[in-house]
Design a protein around this ligand. Sequence first.
Ligand code: NAG
Ligand code: NAG
Ligand code: NAG
Ligand code: NAG
Ligand code: NAG
Length: 395
Amino acid sequence: RMGRSRLPLVLLAAAVACAVAQHAPPWTEDCRKSTYPPSGPTYRGPVPWYTINLDLPPYKRWHQLMADKAAELKVLMNSMKNMVNAFVPSGKVMQIVDQKLPGLLGNLPGPFEEEMKGIAAVTDIPLGEIISFNIFYEFFTMCTSIITEDKEGHLLHGRNMDFGVFLGWNTNNNTWVVTEELKPLTVNLDFQRNNKTVFKASSFAGYVGMLTGFKPGLFSLTLNERFSINGGYLGVLEWIMGKKDAMWIGFITRSVLENSTSYEEAKNTLTKTKILAPAYFILGGNQSGEGCVITRDRKESLDVYELDPKQGRWYVVETNYDRWKHPFFLDNRRAPAKMCLNRITPENISFATLYDVLSTKPVLNKLTAFTTLIDVVKGQYEAYLRDCPDPCIGW
Ligand SMILES: *[C@@H]1O[C@H](CO)[C@@H](O)[C@H](O)[C@H]1NC(C)=O
Ligand SMILES: *[C@@H]1O[C@H](CO)[C@@H](O)[C@H](O)[C@H]1NC(C)=O
Ligand SMILES: *[C@@H]1O[C@H](CO)[C@@H](O)[C@H](O)[C@H]1NC(C)=O
Ligand SMILES: *[C@@H]1O[C@H](CO)[C@@H](O)[C@H](O)[C@H]1NC(C)=O
Ligand SMILES: *[C@@H]1O[C@H](CO)[C@@H](O)[C@H](O)[C@H]1NC(C)=O
């Protein structure tokens, strides 16, 4: 397995060299058209649906799904372990993760701790590894989220989930090792109480937080990572030192999806709750004007940028940069997304044209695991696995 190149520095140098040209073909392309319904080389396949019964005790909720996905999760965990051991060859880090991490972190908030224990039991993967998947997952995501409003005031929410940056490159077929291994773990989840849908979400089996989801009729929510000096590592450190007043980031979005009952309530919680890592929350509602990007520091909200259709602001786009700053010059997915939306106009925005935007390179890139399309009012929720065949940028 070491035949694959997993030397992050060499990889970084090579990736930077090619990314310098991110604004030029073949890394970018003209706005795609007629890509929907999904087909062809950028479409890997459908995402399977599973029901998660919230009436079951947390320990048992994930059993059926995880029994199906245990083998795939083990493959991913092994890759992660190999990467960690390539950095610190003694094997000490994984020993700490397996033996000490659960103790170091102490009690995690309910229902998450019990859910992760249940997943560890069914899959026979050490609890420390399941916890680290749930925590460190959010440090490697690069995403694009978009909310649009058409001329009738109807909202749509779309997102590309890009995951696995710097976690090993497969030189056989030019793919990110982890991104590829996450695709078979991608699932749509229908969370139910009393046999009725509470919310729906797309996630990776084994991850109990939710970063992409919606509550039919009420609101839609996606989370994008925000890189900051005052970052998540400090938050995790504070947590380990005993300061446990902040929420884990994937947990707060799950809680909002599960328990908030309106756009306003969700917005209020996402703006005010202390969180462990900086983030962007992209929240859509069920009527005109209800769509915003909340830029969060760990302790407070820095900016809430809302739709304002009367002033011509009929969409909001968030990648992984503050809107008042230029994107990192090697990673400008914002400009192409906006350019394509501007061409589509509010007269012609639909699942089809939104999918076109999310299929245009570099908005679509080698990290993109799946694309989700959400229509809150109509209760429609679609997710598709993606590929980005060569030539395609690493991110
Ligand atoms: C690339 O190769 C890996 C490992 O052999 C495989 O899992 C993955 O599906 C391949 N991806 C593509 C897009 O061909
Ligand atoms: C949900 O439906 C199943 C069968 O479809 C039934 O056995 C069960 O009692 C129902 N549960 C609740 C909480 O209504
Ligand atoms: C949602 O609220 C219920 C009832 O208060 C609580 O038991 C549950 O843990 C909450 N869910 C999450 C994910 O926080
Ligand atoms: C929109 O959401 C509000 C709660 O914010 C709810 O009262 C209302 O019924 C919803 N409208 C529709 C059409 O579902
Ligand atoms: C609207 O989108 C459809 C589908 O992509 C396209 O065929 C049509 O030309 C577009 N119309 C306008 C006015 O842009």
